[in-house]
Design a binder for this molecule. Structure first.
Ligand code: ATP
Length: 368
């Protein structure tokens, strides 16, 4: 077990610069999630730390040890790739035992091996498959076995690349909880990459949001959720995405078309007002000065399992919200309420300026 320190990490593939200077400090035992869209450089970050990218600059320290010139197998990392590699002619049990037999991971008695394999496979829900061969497994079971091959060996740092990507939604959700427990059990520093924001929020002690080879925000799940540094981070977290509405500020008040006005943290100019669909609540009772209340008409109601996604026209401005109230009908009137501090104000080019507040002298937010 050990800390992970990365300073000014630059990675290139020929002329392509994949990472533009990544800085990371993970204390011993932290579970850190890198969240980013396809092509952002997530896999490259892990590979660079593992010593698998040729053109790298910067400093990587694992458990305080400088990794410059250290071979991948000698770095004390265990890495799981999205594409799983298993020995086809070996059973699940033999696949998991082989990392423990290689000698690099210490000397394990057969009983210690069996206990470790039992512990890991129980957590991963594959302890009943130990005698099966990979060809006799589903894709999800294969992925869990591949993950088991990584987690079974002791390491200073685990590097996990979308290890749940091949699982169905239900299993993913179950595994998320299990995985966190396993991390806590062994207390091993883990760098985990995903493009799934729910996974990041559920698993990360901290999250780093990666965009085009740069970490644009690092913080706890609450920090990145509540105070996204810009509209990119705001939209990377949450489904449906945050509503971003053009507004004009004058005298410290931002007017969103003819729909509504909020107090803005700037005096004038153009801004974007952001509201997460799930922060809007359908209310019967309005008006209220405690919250911003918007009155509109439902133009589209799309049922998504237990919830309904609504597109609401508020005086010509389209706003998305989500409700569990299945009585809401297309064409019906609706009042939506949101806490003032859940309304975000971003500059025209996307940087977060702060939370909105109740505008001066306005008794009711919202337009009819
Ligand atoms: P995904 O979620 O799709 O796996 P990612 O965030 O892991 O994406 P990377 O695979 O790290 O992204 O790729 C980062 C950038 O580096 C991309 O622009 C990609 O095209 C480029 N890249 C990755 N591997 C290579 C390679 N072997 N040769 C050239 N360019 C590469």
């Amino acid at each position: 077990m050990g800390s992970l320190s990365v300073k000014g990490l630059v990675a290139r593939y020929g002329k392509t610069v994949a990472l533009h200077g990544i800085d990371l400090e993970l204390p011993d035992g932290e579970f850190f999630v890198i969240l980013g869209p396809s092509g952002a450089g997530k896999t490259t970050t892990l590979k660079s730390i593992a010593g698998l990218v040729d053109q790298v600059e910067g400093e990587v320290r694992i458990a305080g040890r400088d990794m410059t010139g250290v071979e991948p197998y000698d770095r004390g990392v265990a890495m799981a790739f999205e594409s799983y590699a298993l020995y086809p002619q070996k059973t699940v049990e033999e696949n998991l035992a082989s990392p423990l037999r290689s000698g690099r991971n210490g000397t394990w008695t057969p009983q210690q091996q069996a206990e470790r394999i039992k512990q890991v496979t129980t957590t991963l829900g594959i302890d009943h498959l130990l005698k099966r061969f990979p060809r006799e497994l589903s894709n999800g079971q294969r992925q869990r076995t591949a993950l088991g091959r990584v987690l079974v060996r002791p390491a200073e740092v685990y590097l996990l690349d979308e290890p749940l990507s091949h699982l169905d939604a239900k299993l993913r959700a179950a595994m998320r909880a299990e995985l966190k427990q396993l991390g806590e059990l062994s207390g091993t520093t883990t760098l985990y990459v995903t493009h799934d924001y729910q996974e990041a929020l559920a698993l990360g002690d901290r999250i780093g949001v990666l965009r085009e080879g740069r970490l644009v925000q690092v913080g706890t799940p609450a920090q990145v959720w509540n105070e996204p540094v810009d509209t990119f981070v705001a939209r990377a977290l949450g489904q449906p995405e945050m509503n971003l509405l053009d507004a004009e500020v004058s005298g410290g008040e931002a007017r969103v078309g003819k729909a509504f006005t909020v107090g803005a943290p700037v005096a004038d100019g153009r801004v974007q007002v952001g509201i997460r669909p799930r922060d809007l609540e359908i209310v019967d009772q309005a008006p209220s000065t405690e919250r911003l209340v918007l009155h509109g008409k439902v133009v589209l109601a799309e049922r998504l399992g237990r919830s309904v996604e609504l597109s609401v026209d508020v005086a010509g401005v389209q706003i998305i919200t989500v409700t569990s109230d299945h009585r809401v009908q297309e064409g019906g009137d609706v009042a939506l309420a949101v806490d003032w501090d859940r309304v975000h104000v971003f500059s025209a080019d996307g940087a977060r300026l702060g939370a909105a507040r109740r505008p001066e002298g306005v008794l009711t937010g919202g337009a009819r």
